[in-house]
Design a binder for this molecule. Structure first.
Ligand code: 13P
Length: 251
């Protein structure tokens, strides 16, 4: 079922105390507004357990920022899908451009991560998006198509009940430069057309496609008003309760 979603990717920010404070602030702020979307936050892995406990009676859901593809074993520093399950985390972000750029995650690794997440009944927020040079050279549709064809577009139709897509043009992440609502809509419609041609209209219509890249309370409403934009994956502006609440209430 296609939902509107606002998800906050905290990246490597917020220690244990700050995590508790921000979640308490959000719980309070969200009690006072009307909410017309799913709300997720994604703290660092060391704080996932406390985040799950602090959101037990809240609308907020908790997602991990990453996981390893293997079931278990000699992978120093990593955590598995089963471990996320074990602490009550139900969703995981995979394929973020920072993971691709700084940690060498490629289509092959991401395909394995997606398979492992699905085996463990985790919802996946799958990120992808072109570099500035791709957009400048007019290759952005081709790049996005290949990122999807080499990974999630080979899944069976039933898997799409557990997948949310997040288009994050790399040139818009943390730069203050947002894709225009028209640019976002154009790409999201293209992504949905790929889903239609691969799986048919009923699957395609039920997939939530989020936009990420410098979304703020001031621009969220316009971006979210576009037909194929079903919400946002928010970095910097998810670190302040007032800003994140402002984005959530844009729906
Ligand atoms: P910003 O909102 O800080 O641009 O980050 C977007 C992002 O990377 C979310 O995953």
């Amino acid at each position: 079922m296609r939902n509107n979603i606002v998800a906050g990717n905290w990246k490597m920010n917020n220690d244990a105390t700050q995590t508790t404070e921000l979640i308490n602030d959000l719980n309070k702020a969200l009690e006072e507004v009307s909410i017309n979307c799913r709300v997720l936050i994604s703290p660092t892995s060391i704080n996932l357990t406390s985040a799950v406990a602090l959101t037990e009676d809240s609308v907020i859901e908790v997602a991990a920022q990453n996981m390893h593809q293997a079931k278990n074993g000699a992978f120093t520093g990593e955590i598995s899908a089963a471990m996320l399950n074990d602490v009550g985390v139900k969703s995981v972000i995979l394929g973020h451009s920072e993971r691709r750029t700084y940690f060498g995650e490629n289509d092959q690794i991401l395909t394995e991560k997606v398979a492992s997440a699905l085996e463990n009944n985790l919802e996946i927020i799958f990120c992808f998006g072109e570099l500035l040079q791709d957009r400048k050279s007019g290759n952005h549709f081709k790049v996005v198509e290949s990122q999807l064809k080499n990974t999630v577009l080979s899944l069976n139709a039933a898997s799409w009940e557990h997948i949310v897509l997040a288009y994050e043009p790399v040139w818009a992440i943390g730069t203050g430069e947002t894709a225009s609502p028209e640019q976002a809509q154009e790409m999201h419609a293209y992504i949905r057309s790929l889903l239609v041609s691969t799986y048919g209209i009923s699957v395609a219509e039920n997939v939530s496609i989020l936009y990420g890249g410098s979304v703020k309370p001031t621009n969220a409403k316009e971006i979210f008003s576009k037909e194929d934009v079903d919400g946002g994956l928010i970095g910097g502006a998810s670190l302040k309760a007032t800003d994140f609440t402002g984005i959530i209430t844009a729906f």
